[in-house]
Design a protein around this ligand. Structure first.
Ligand code: AP5
Ligand code: MG
Length: 216
């Protein structure tokens, strides 16, 4: 099961990718998570990317293309993966086509989560991430804003620096200007599956599974 999950910041890519990753027992490759881990560990990549991520800008295509190529080469891609956060520019979309071609990855599922800006701003302003188990939650769904009930560790819920409202607006603009054009570029190359990202988490998962079965 080879899946690319695509959509605006806050559309729910990470939430659905984690569910699908467990369900199909395939790795979740999130370029955002890889970059944030690198920042936390202060690696060369992390130090180069820190300010860019925190301002909501995009890390360079060359750096990201190399990172994704290396990551895909080092997993059992025949068994499957779910790629979240790449591609984000038409140039990255071309890089990904080349990577798929060189690794003989044919016909991955390309899932687009659709959500309007209003829903996204509300979701991202109240998103928290558990720094221990990496779960993504929303303050609307939990009682204590510091404790993720499914994790043993306490006081681990953190707000991402790029979930500040000004940065969210910048990320959305970049998505509209640089990332959305990928859909036109891929239209005749992949079977694009669009799913309403404003439904409940469970409904979205079911719709993705239904669409995947239909496309199989
Ligand atoms: P990245 O980490 O990829 O961030 P993003 O694309 O902006 O997306 P998010 O992670 O913010 O949102 P999401 O769609 O995963 O939503 P989530 O499931 O969390 O990238 C971060 C940065 O890294 C970039 O800005 C850039 O700087 C850099 N970067 C990464 N990849 C790059 C690349 N390829 N090239 C260049 N730079 C790159 O959900 C959001 C919230 O909504 C959560 O609170 C969740 O609980 C809630 N929620 C989810 N689904 C639902 C639902 N159905 N109903 C109600 N609430 C929901
Ligand atoms: Mg995410």
């Amino acid at each position: 099961m080879q899946i690319v999950i695509f959509g605006a910041p806050g559309a729910g890519k990470g939430t659905q990718a984690k569910i699908l990753s467990k369900r199909f027992n395939i790795p979740h490759i999130s370029t955002g998570d890889i970059l944030r881990d690198s920042v936390a560990r202060a690696t060369a990549l992390g130090n180069a990317a820190k300010e860019i991520i925190e301002s909501g800008e995009l890390v360079s295509d060359d750096l990201m293309g190399g990172l994704v190529k290396e990551t895909l080469q080092n997993i059992d891609f025949d068994k499957g993966f779910i790629l979240d956060g790449f591609p984000r520019t038409v140039n990255q979309a071309e890089i990904l086509l080349n990577i798929f071609e060189s690794l003989k990855i044919n016909n991955p599922y390309f899932i687009v989560l659709e959500a309007d800006h209003e829903v996204i701003v509300s979701r991202l302003s109240s998103r928290r991430e558990c720094s221990n188990c990496r779960a993504i939650v929303n303050l609307h769904d939990i009682e204590d804003p510091k404790v993720y009930p499914n994790c043993e560790a306490i006081d681990t819920l953190m707000k991402r620096k790029d979930d500040d409202e000004v940065v969210i607006m910048n990320r959305l603009k970049i998505y509209d200007d640089s990332t959305l054009p990928i859909l036109n570029f891929y239209r005749d190359k992949f079977n694009i599956i669009s799913v309403d990202g404003t439904d409940s988490i469970d409904e979205i998962t079911n719709n993705i599974l239904f669409a995947i079965e239909g496309a199989a």
